[in-house]
Design a protein around this ligand. Sequence first.
Ligand SMILES: N[C@@H](CCC(=O)N[C@@H](CS)C(=O)NCC(=O)O)C(=O)O
Length: 255
Amino acid sequence: MNIAASPRPAPAIHRVSHLHLISHKLCPYVQRSVITLIEKGVPYARTDIDLAAKPEWFREISPTGKVPLLQIDNRHTLFESAVICEYLDETTETPLLPQDPLERARHRAWIEFGSAILNQIARLYSVNDETGFDDVRTTLRESFQRLEPVVVTPYFTGTEFGLVDAVFGPIFRYFDVFESVTDLGIFDGLPNVRYWRQSLRERESVRQAVGADYPQTLIAFVEARNSWLARLLQAKSRSPAQPLSAAVHNNHPAP
Ligand SMILES: N[C@@H](CCC(=O)N[C@@H](CS)C(=O)NCC(=O)O)C(=O)O
C-alpha cells in the first residue's frame, strides 16, 4: 500500500453522552464555553458556583481554582476555556475553527488577543484613580483599533460564526453595561468593530449565555470595588434621573 498517497483519516466525530459545565454567572470564559455548546446544539448541565466561597468539591477537581470546568461522562474534567471550546469543536459537527492550519493558528492568536482584552477590562473596573482609568481606556481603544482592519463583518470572518466570535461576544457585553453609565469612547470611528459588536449582541447563543440579571449582577460586582468605575456607577445609581455627567460632577471630575 502506498502510505504517502493515503488520505489522512478525518477526525473522529463522536457524541459525548453527558456534559457538565462548572461555571459562574458573570465569567466571560464560561460564556465562551456556553456559546460554543449552544452553537453546537449539545445538551449540557450547568452548575454555577460562588468564586468567593469555592466549594471543597470544586477545589478538588480544579487544578487552577478557576472556572470553567467541563466534566465529561462524570469521568474526565477539562479546564481552560480555550481547551474546552476546542474539544467541543473537535467532537461535534460544523467546526467553529477553520480547517486550514494557518487560518486556524490565526484564529487561535485572536482568541489569545481576546483574553488579553479581558485582562484589560479587569483593570478597567479595578483601577481606583482617573488617570489609571483613562490609561486603560486608551489601551482598550488601541486593542480594538488593531481589530478594525481584521474583522470582516458581520462576524469575525464574514457570515460564518466562529470561535473568535464566541470569545468576543462576552467582551462586548461588558461595554453594553458600562456604556449605559458612561461613554467610554472606545469604539468611536471603528465601524467594522461596531458592526461586529452589534451582530454578536443579536446572536442567540451570545444572548443566552447569561441570565436576565447579568447587567445588575455585573453592576453590583463592580460597585463592590473601590474603583473609579465603581464610583461612576454609584454616582449614577444615586441619581438615576440625572445625567451621569451631572451626577459625577457632584463628587468627582468627569473622566
Ligand atoms: N485561562 C482561564 C481563565 C479563567 C478565569 O480566569 N476564570 C475566573 C472567573 S472569570 C476564575 O475562575 N477565577 C478564580 C478566582 O477568582 O478565584 C480560562 O480560559 O479558562
